[in-house]
Design a protein around this ligand. Structure first.
Ligand code: HEM
Ligand SMILES: *[C@@H]1O[C@H](CO)[C@@H](O)[C@H](O)[C@H]1NC(C)=O
Ligand SMILES: *[C@@H]1O[C@H](CO)[C@@H](O)[C@H](O)[C@H]1NC(C)=O
Ligand SMILES: *[C@@H]1O[C@H](CO)[C@@H](O)[C@H](O)[C@H]1NC(C)=O
Ligand SMILES: *[C@@H]1O[C@H](CO)[C@@H](O)[C@H](O)[C@H]1NC(C)=O
Ligand SMILES: *[C@@H]1O[C@H](CO)[C@@H](O)[C@H](O)[C@H]1NC(C)=O
Ligand SMILES: *[C@@H]1O[C@H](CO)[C@@H](O)[C@H](O)[C@H]1NC(C)=O
Ligand SMILES: *[C@@H]1O[C@H](CO)[C@@H](O)[C@H](O)[C@H]1NC(C)=O
Length: 343
């Protein structure tokens, strides 16, 4: 074989090999031709929802997080149970806790009217998360889009992957590493999502009376803050009572989550551990973000994009769901209903 033909063969071979391993990437202009108003349509619904529910932005970014940590950002969290699907909504981290599903449905309905069958439910969660941060005073950024929706859910994986608020720092780091994020900057930056939204007493009450079997409160909890929390969450009381994750600026996306940690006023055990675990590599990051909001915002954006890129379905994988709560082509029980609502 002449050297030029040999070279050509090598180039072709490399091309074919690369083609077989290259996954379609997300892109910033994915809907520019097919649904140019997607972002503003989602924003319209979100702004409306904020008016009656100041917590909705927090709830929506959490849905995106709980989606991405379970078989990737594929909207698996939105599927309801059927004969073949066990909904992730019943998993420990989601049950009686995850919320905002009705607002996602409103966004989807508005998008189906404007551009039928185009915008995935997984991308809706991504865009809604970014806009929720921006509308609450945080950074805005360019969303990478083109995710497709799963045809499956996995409650086992949801129970396994979603971090519980009583984990040790080591366990918490491992949950992030398991999905492909890191246990230092990604963990600390994304934990900054607790700069807004609420938690129920049941998720931190173990810190207030009998921490880790000591019969004492968590020593890393500020005394005045402890007393306020004990008054709100009495032993044997209603575990569903809500309080703010960020005690100083509850609905604003800022760096006060980190200054709270510096003052021993983190609400969840997993929040405070980032700062109070002796010798941990997370302490310096908390201090950096606590003293420099710009540094937090910049790194938060990077970590959100990294999280939003976890195991995404692209190209012809999965589908574009027409109803975020169910896989396409599955009819509902009533046959009358099918005519109008089973796509
Ligand atoms: C690091 C591990 C994490 C743990 C252990 C954790 C745990 C929790 C818990 C227990 C709640 C309260 C839920 C309830 O009371 O129903 C909560 C709420 C929340 N989480 Fe996390 N979370 C973690 C990471 C994240 C991340 C990475 C984000 C987003 C980037 C996030 C965003 C939120 C938001 C915004 C809320 C408030 C939701 C609302 O008000 O509806 N969390 N989290
Ligand atoms: C996009 O929205 C703008 C106003 O919000 C409207 O004028 C325009 O017609 C919309 N374009 C499409 C393609 O729907
Ligand atoms: C769910 O995930 C678990 C753990 O990775 C796996 O063993 C199981 O096969 C998955 N189940 C379904 C229904 O995909
Ligand atoms: C709780 O106690 C166990 C056993 O003494 C210890 O290994 C663990 O680190 C403690 N957890 C926390 C968060 O202090
Ligand atoms: C517990 O608190 C929640 C939230 O405030 C409230 O909706 C619920 O009705 C309360 N349940 C009981 C039994 O008081
Ligand atoms: C804060 O962080 C930003 C972004 O990393 C950096 O450009 C700036 O110099 C920092 N400001 C201070 C006062 O350190
Ligand atoms: C997203 O993930 C893919 C596949 O792992 C990777 O090639 C790509 O660089 C990632 N993109 C971003 C923006 O992180
Ligand atoms: C979407 O699917 C869910 C679950 O099957 C169903 O309850 C709901 O009515 C459907 N929504 C629409 C608009 O058809």
């Amino acid at each position: 074989m002449s050297s030029s033909r040999y070279l050509l063969a090598a180039v072709l071979c490399a091309f074919v090999l690369q083609g077989s391993v290259t996954q379609a990437q997300l892109s910033s202009n994915f809907y520019d031709e097919t649904c140019p108003n997607a972002s503003s349509i989602i924003q319209g619904v979100l702004v409306q929802a904020f008016q009656s529910d100041p917590r909705i932005g927090a709830s929506l970014i959490r849905l995106h997080f709980h989606d991405c940590f379970v078989q990737g950002c594929d909207a698996s969290i939105l599927l309801d149970s059927t004969d073949t699907i066990v909904s992730e909504k019943g998993a420990g981290g989601n049950s009686n806790s995850a919320r905002g599903f009705n607002v996602v449905d409103q966004m989807k309905a508005a998008l189906e009217t404007a551009c039928p069958g185009i915008v995935s439910c997984a991308d809706i969660l991504t865009i809604a998360a970014e806009q929720s941060v921006a509308l609450s005073g945080g950074p805005s950024w360019t969303n990478l889009l083109g995710r497709r929706d799963s045809t499956t859910a996995n409650i086992t994986l949801a129970n396994e992957n979603l971090p519980a608020p009583t984990l040790t720092l080591e366990e918490l780091k491992q949950k992030f590493i398991n999905v492909g994020l890191n246990g230092d900057t990604d963990l600390v930056s994304l934990s900054g999502g607790h700069t807004f939204g609420r938690s129920q007493c049941q998720f931190f009450i173990q810190r207030l009376y009998n921490f880790n079997g000591t019969n004492q409160p968590d020593p890393t909890l500020d005394t005045t803050f402890l007393q306020a929390l004990q008054a709100l969450c009495p032993q044997g009381g209603n575990g569903s009572v809500l309080t703010n994750l960020d005690v100083s600026t509850p609905d604003t996306f800022d760096n006060n989550y980190f200054t709270n940690l510096q003052e021993k006023k983190g609400l969840l055990q997993t929040d405070q551990e980032l700062f109070s675990t002796a010798g941990a590599d997370t302490v310096d990051i908390v201090n950096l973000y606590g003293s420099n909001q710009t540094a937090f915002f910049e790194r938060f954006v990077v970590s959100m994009i990294r999280m939003g890129n976890l195991s995404v379905l692209t190209g012809s994988e999965g589908e574009i769901r027409l109803n975020c709560s169910r896989v396409n082509g599955i009819s509902s029980l009533s046959s009358d209903d099918d005519l109008v609502s089973s796509f």
